[in-house]
Write a protein that binds this ligand. Structure first.
Ligand SMILES: *[C@@H]1O[C@H](CO)[C@@H](O)[C@H](O)[C@H]1NC(C)=O
Length: 267
């Protein structure tokens, strides 16, 4: 005799099988980590003999897919103007993590020329008008807008301070954070601390370089004082991982490594 409840078991099985087709549930099971940045993060770095740190990040992660959307030469402004944040936001789903790190191409002056990358100076809603009449926003304005595009889709955004240049260039190692470190903190404040967070990547990398000393650090810079060798990029990625572990970042559950096993010191 047939058990009377067979049909209800089948009905339940159908419901269970249908559940994983929900895009949001799938996204939470295996989130995507998107990287937005410049050549110091990008695949291929700044050209021959160099590499970006985003290439090494996946080796320390588990249970996530990493999409490195960093591109050489970009700033908060040009990444915005080229529609790249909008394109990323179109792909992002709830539970994803977006790491944004800019600064190397954001400086400069807009008073007589415009390279299309320089931001308007300032930490708020100031604007500048270029000689050609283009209205330019500040770094915090560009990245606040970008981060809000991502958080509106349910993603968490990590604002990461830019990597330092070779802090041992003169033979003596020393680091002073750039204004972009403070700007990243302002963006997190603008966007909200439940959906965004700050990682002081620049400070962690600088501390590691100072611990390694001038000879080892300078060997990470085969071409100039900005772009690292593959070994340098691996170290820079390691310091992002260290900082994420030390700060109990939303990324931490997806890191393979124990905090103590990663080189460097918690700040
Ligand atoms: C984490 O562990 C993996 C091996 O499982 C290793 O390849 C990677 O370099 C480690 N990351 C850091 C930052 O030490």
């Amino acid at each position: 005799m047939k058990p009377p409840f067979t049909s209800s078991i089948l009905a339940l099985a159908t419901v269970a099988a249908a559940a994983p087709t929900d895009e949001r549930l799938e996204a939470r099971a295996t989130p995507t980590v998107y990287l937005a940045g410049d050549s110091t993060m990008a695949k291929g770095g700044g050209g021959a003999q160099t590499e970006g740190w985003g290439v090494y990040l996946p080796y320390s992660l588990k249970g996530v897919t990493v999409v490195n959307a960093a591109i050489g030469g970009r700033s908060a402004r040009s990444y915005t103007d080229e529609g790249r944040f909008t394109a990323l936001a179109a792909k992002v789903v709830s539970g994803d993590i977006v790491i944004i790190e800019f600064g190397h191409n954001d400086g400069g002056s807009l008073s007589t020329t415009d390279n299309g990358r320089t931001d308007c100076g300032g930490s708020g809603s100031e604007t500048c008008t270029t000689p050609a009449g283009v209205v330019v926003q500040t770094y915090p304005t560009y990245l606040t807008r970008a981060a809000k595009l991502m958080t509106a889709k349910g993603a968490h955004v990590i604002l990461s301070s830019p990597t330092p240049n070779n802090v041992c260039e003169t033979g003596t190692c020393s680091y002073t954070p750039s204004r972009f470190t403070d700007y990243c903190k302002i963006v997190v404040k603008n966007v909200g601390t439940t959906v965004s967070s700050f990682i002081d990547h620049g400070q962690y990398v600088a501390n590691r370089y100072i611990a390694l000393g001038a000879a080892k650090t300078t060997a990470f810079y085969p071409v100039d004082h900005t772009h690292t060798s593959p070994a340098g990029a691996e170290s820079v990625a390691g310091q992002f991982v260290k900082a994420a572990l030390c700060s109990k970042s939303v990324l931490a559950p997806y890191i393979k490594n124990a905090t103590a096993s990663v080189a460097g010191t918690c700040v």
